[in-house]
Design a protein around this ligand. Structure first.
Ligand SMILES: NC(=O)c1ccc[n+]([C@@H]2O[C@H](COP(=O)([O-])OP(=O)(O)OC[C@H]3O[C@@H](n4cnc5c(N)ncnc54)[C@H](O)[C@@H]3O)[C@@H](O)[C@H]2O)c1
Length: 263
C-alpha cells in the first residue's frame, strides 16, 4: 500500500473497473492501485479464494476506496457475464477491465509439445485464453454503450520469447496478444482501447517465500535491471492504461520486465 501511495495520483475518481483475477499477486496490487487512484473496483476470483478477495476489499475500504468482491470462474460463461454486469448494477457502468487471471497450477504439467496431455492443453486454453474471450464479449457492449472503455489484459513475455517448456501457456498468452490487436482494430473508433501487459518474472509476495533465493539471484544477474520485478510495477502500468494518460495507447503489447526482453 505504501509503495503504491507514493506513486499514485488521483486519476480515475469517475471510473468503474473490474479486476478479474484479483485474489493475490498482480491482480491484488492492481485493484489496490486503481482504488487508490479513485476507481470503484469489482474484485473477483474463484469462490475458493473468497477469503483473499474479502481481505482485499477490506484493505481498499480502510484506505478510503470503493470496492466490492465477487466470485467468478473464467470457464463459466454465466459467472463471467454476472461479473461485468455487476459493474453496471452496483456502480452504474463499466469503464475498464483488468483481465488478469490465469491457471498457474496446470503450468507445472505443461511440459513440451510432444509429451503434454490434451487435458493440460484444454485446461490452459479454457482459462487463460477462452476466459479472456468470454470476458471481452461480455464487457465490450457495456463499454460501447458508455462511449468507450479500456481492456487491459495480463499476457506474458512467455508469449514471444520462445522456451523449451510451457508451450500451452505461451500459446494462450500469444492468443491474448492477437485478441488485443483485434479488439483495438474493431472498436478503437468506438472509444474502446485494448492493450496487453507482458510481465517478465515478477516476484509476487507468494513467490518471494517459495522461489529459491539463488534462482532469484540468477534471474537478476541475467537481466537488465538493478532489481527483480514487483507486483506494483505491473499495477502502475495497468493504472496508466486505464487512466486518461493512456488515452492514445491502443492495440499494444507492452513488456514490463526490467528490460529482460527487447523489442
Ligand atoms: N508473476 C509473474 O512472474 C508473471 C509473469 C508473467 C505473467 N504473469 C501473469 O500475471 C497474471 C497474474 O499472475 P500472478 O503471478 O499474480 O499469480 P496469481 O496466482 O496471484 O494470479 C492468478 C489469478 O488468476 C485467478 N484465477 C485462476 N484460475 C481462475 C479461474 N478459473 N477463473 C478466474 N480466475 C482465476 C486467481 O484467482 C488469481 O487471482 C497471470 O495472468 C500470469 O500469467 C505473471
Amino acid at each position: 500500500m505504501a509503495n503504491n501511495a507514493n506513486r499514485s495520483c488521483f486519476r480515475m475518481s469517475d471510473k468503474v473497473v473490474v479486476v478479474a483475477g484479483a485474489a493475490t499477486g498482480i491482480g491484488r496490487a492492481s485493484a489496490l492501485r486503481l482504488a487508490l487512484e479513485g476507481a470503484a473496483i469489482i474484485a473477483a476470483s474463484p469462490a475458493g479464494e473468497s477469503a483473499h478477495i474479502d481481505s482485499l476489499v477490506e484493505d481498499v475500504k480502510a484506505a478510503g476506496g470503493k470496492a466490492i468482491g465477487m466470485a467468478f470462474d473464467a470457464t463459466d460463461e454465466a459467472s463471467v457475464k454476472a461479473l461485468v454486469d455487476a459493474a453496471v448494477d452496483k456502480f452504474g457502468g463499466l469503464d475498464a477491465v483488468h483481465a488478469n487471471f490465469a491457471d498457474l497450477r496446470v503450468i507445472f504439467d505443461d511440459s513440451d509439445i510432444l509429451s503434454v496431455s490434451d487435458d493440460v492443453l484444454e485446461r490452459t486454453l479454457n482459462v487463460n485464453l477462452k476466459g479472456m474471450v468470454r470476458i471481452t464479449r461480455h464487457a465490450l457492449p457495456h463499454m460501447i454503450a458508455r462511449g468507450g472503455g479500456a481492456m487491459v489484459y495480463t499476457s506474458s513475455t512467455a508469449s514471444k520469447i520462445g522456451e523449451p517448456v510451457r508451450p500451452c501457456y505461451a500459446m494462450a498468452k500469444a492468443g491474448i496478444n492477437a485478441l488485443v490487436r483485434h479488439v483495438a482494430s474493431a472498436w478503437g473508433q468506438k472509444g474502446v482501447r485494448a492493450n496487453a501487459i507482458l510481465p517478465g518474472l515478477v516476484i509476487t509476495p507468494e513467490k518471494r517465500s517459495t522461489m529459491p533465493s539463488d534462482l532469484q539471484e540468477q534471474v537478476l544477474a541475467a537481466g537488465r535491471s538493478t532489481r527483480l520485478g514487483e507486483v506494483e510495477d505491473i499495477a502502475a502500468m495497468v493504472a496508466l492504461l486505464v487512466s486518461k494518460d493512456g488515452e492514445w495507447v491502443n492495440g499494444q503489447c507492452i513488456a514490463v520486465d526490467g528490460g529482460s526482453t527487447l523489442n
